[in-house]
Structure formats: structure tokens, C-alpha cells
Ligand binder design. Structure first.
Ligand code: ILE
Length: 388
């Protein structure tokens, strides 16, 4: 018995020392957990493109001081369970050094705590709800929060039409980002002296918005502000126009993709959307990024692609600093993850978003923001026109 017990103890000790001695694989694995399926893929698709482009771009320039990176993709789908599953696979099976993801704030509030407990750094590429960096020490984001981005859209709408007085606000009540963003929109509208005549709720799974549109028309407003995701938001805008609404429309961050064009078609025309990225951002790093991206995809990079690229770049830039002090191949994975998180938070980065850094909680510090308006040529083709 005594013998058996000590054998068990030895084996346990061996197993844990084996786990502790786990080294980092080469090429260096970085996890990408975004929506590749479900309606959320309308947003996630641009993130996949941005991340893939980053992998190619970075490896063509020597990766991490000569060691290439390898992105490991795990599809989150559009819900919390999918994001949790993707995170778990990346952490335990793919043994990534850090994760860029997930797509939605709604998913981040469920999945990020798992990475945080496992001491795996997370860089949110698009999570803009209030409270994301505060999920834990291992959570940062390259997506500026609604409080910083959204007010720009209202100020611009008022500049385009100073006669706007009455506003209808609509939001997806089952989505954490949408409820957060509408809070900012409603507060900004009041601060700007506008009257919020009606507040309407919907679900991201809705496709019939007759009730909400009827309420908007009855309220006789000059501006409608929508916080939702791409499919529901697109359908809502389309039905607003089809039922006769003629005033201005602001779409939130969830409508910020040309993948919405097939949903609202010609009715997308005129939607005003604040931007956390502009291809015109003048830094040398952005201009090179835009040049190579445009050469490959025959269009300028959209915000979600630029932010996903930036997320990968932040992880890579931080790893370069660490690697200069002690080669990545000599690190144990668990230690490297912790060191990477520390370095991410203290670093300064020259990215397509301009010069960025993080505060000690992991909140993004970014200087430049923009507003664009959708211009549709016909029912299928359109573009985001940046406003001065
Ligand atoms: N910004 C939103 C969020 O944080 C969406 C991300 C639009 C794709 O959930």
C-alpha cells in the first residue's frame, strides 16, 4: 500500500512537471476565435480576412525576429457556447500563446473569463461594449469602446442636417454590445439637445420589424439610430425605408460592414456609421497596410479587417520584445503567456489604427476616429464614403 501510494505520487509529480515543462511550438501559434458561421459571420468574415492578411504580411517580414507565426482558427459561431468552445480548444488543444477574439461582446463576457482564469492573454478585435477590459487582467482590446466611437455619428448627422430635433432609438435587447451602445447614443442625443421621442427594442434574431417601424413613423422623427448586428440591422433599415421613413439614419458598429449590403440593398443608402479606422489614416504603417491589402483584395480594408490585423500585430510586436530578451523557443508556454500579457499592456504600437497603447486595465488608447456614410450605386454595390 505504502509502495503503491508513493508510485502514484511520483506519477502525479511527473505528470505535473511534464505539463509545466511544456515548451512553445514553432511556428508560434496564435489563436483566432471569430465567427466563421451564423449571421455573426457577416462581421466575422472581415476579421478572418484581416487576420489571414496579418499572418502573411508579418511572416513575409520575418515573423517574430525570424520565427514565423501560425494562426490557429477556431470558429465561434454567433453565440456564447460557440465562443467558449473555441477558446477552450485554443487554450488546451492548440496551445496558443494568446487569443485574438471573439467577435461579439456578448460572446466575450462568457468566453474571456475562461482565458483569464487560464492566464492566456486575449486581445478583443471588435468588442466595443462597456466593461470588456474589466473582465480580467488578461483581457485587452484594440476596438475602441462605444463611449468613444458612437457620439461621432450623432455629431456628424447634426452637421449634415442641423434641423434634426426628434430622434427614435432602436436596439437589440438580447445583445450586450447593442444595449451598451444604445446607452451612449441616447445620452449623446440628450446632450446635443435632441428629443428622444421613442425607444424601441428588438432581438438580433428578428426579421419582421413592423411593430418597431410603425412606432417610429408615429413618432414623426427626423433621425433614427439603430444598435443591432448586421442581419437584423440591415432588415430593420430596409423595412423602415419600405414603409416610408424619409429621415436620417445612424447605424451603430454592428452595421459597419459591406456584408450588410445584400440585406438592405438600395435601402442601405445614406446610413451614417462611425468608424474606428480609416484607410486615409496617414501613418506610414497604415499606408503600407492599405497598399498591400488593396492590391490583394481590390478594395480598401474595412474597419473589422483592420482591427483584426491590429490585434494580431499587437500580439506579434509584444512577442518580439520578449524574444529579444529570451528566445521564444526557450520559454515554457505557461510562463510565456503571462509574460506576453504583461508586455501587451506596456507596449506602444504603430498600427493601421495609428499609434496605440493600452491603459493598465487593457483599455485601448487611440487618437483618431471617423464617420462614413453608405453610398449605394444599385441594389448590390455600394461603398463607405468617409465624411470630413
Ligand atoms: N462591436 C460589436 C460588439 O462588440 C460587434 C462586433 C459589432 C462585431 O459586439
Amino acid at each position: 500500500m505504502k509502495h503503491l501510494l508513493s508510485t502514484t505520487l511520483t506519477l502525479t509529480a511527473l505528470a505535473s512537471s511534464y505539463a509545466a515543462a511544456e515548451k512553445v511550438a514553432t511556428p508560434i501559434p496564435i489563436g483566432i476565435a471569430v465567427a466563421q458561421t451564423s449571421n455573426t459571420a457577416l462581421l466575422g468574415q472581415e476579421q478572418v480576412i484581416g487576420a489571414r492578411f496579418a499572418e502573411k504580411y508579418i511572416n513575409a517580414r520575418g515573423g517574430i525576429n525570424g520565427t514565423p507565426i501560425k494562426l490557429v482558427f477556431q470558429d465561434t459561431g454567433g453565440d456564447e457556447a460557440g465562443a467558449i468552445n473555441a477558446f477552450q480548444n485554443l487554450i488546451t488543444k492548440d496551445k496558443v500563446v494568446g487569443i485574438v477574439g471573439p467577435t461579439l461582446s456578448q460572446q466575450a463576457f462568457s468566453a474571456d473569463p475562461i482565458a483569464d482564469r487560464a492566464k492566456v492573454p486575449v486581445v478583443g478585435p471588435s468588442n466595443t461594449a462597456k466593461g470588456i477590459p474589466q473582465i480580467g487582467n488578461f483581457v485587452a482590446r484594440v476596438s475602441a469602446p462605444v463611449s468613444v466611437v458612437a457620439p461621432n455619428a450623432i455629431r456628424t448627422a447634426l452637421r449634415l442636417d442641423p434641423k434634426i430635433k426628434k430622434v427614435a432609438v432602436l436596439y437589440a435587447q438580447n445583445d450586450a454590445f447593442s444595449t451598451s451602445e444604445t446607452g451612449t447614443f441616447q445620452q449623446t442625443a440628450k446632450d446635443q439637445g435632441l428629443t428622444v421621442s421613442t425607444v424601441q427594442k428588438f432581438l438580433t434574431t428578428d426579421s419582421d420589424f413592423t411593430t418597431q417601424v410603425t412606432a417610429v413613423l408615429n413618432a414623426d422623427v427626423d433621425l433614427v439610430i439603430v444598435s443591432g448586428l448586421a442581419n437584423d440591422g440591415g432588415n430593420l433599415v430596409k423595412q423602415l425605408r419600405q414603409l416610408g421613413y424619409k429621415g436620417s439614419i445612424i447605424g451603430g458598429n454592428g452595421l459597419n460592414t459591406s456584408n450588410m449590403f445584400p440585406v438592405c440593398q438600395q435601402y442601405c443608402d445614406g446610413i451614417i456609421i462611425a468608424q474606428a479606422y480609416s484607410p486615409a489614416q496617414p501613418s506610414a504603417n497604415n499606408q503600407l497596410f492599405v497598399k498591400e491589402y488593396s492590391a490583394q483584395y481590390k478594395k480598401a480594408p474595412p474597419q473589422f479587417a483592420a482591427q483584426a490585423f491590429t490585434g494580431v500585430q499587437v500580439v506579434v510586436d509584444a512577442l518580439k520584445v520578449i524574444d529579444r530578451k529570451k528566445k521564444l523557443g526557450e520559454w515554457e508556454l505557461a510562463d510565456l503567456r503571462v509574460a506576453l500579457n504583461t508586455q501587451i499592456l506596456v507596449g506602444k504600437y504603430s498600427t493601421p489604427l495609428g499609434a496605440i497603447s493600452f491603459d493598465k486595465e487593457g483599455e485601448l488608447q487611440q487618437a483618431d476616429f471617423y464617420v462614413a456614410q453608405i453610398k449605394m450605386k444599385d441594389a448590390k454595390t455600394g461603398s463607405f464614403v468617409f465624411l470630413k
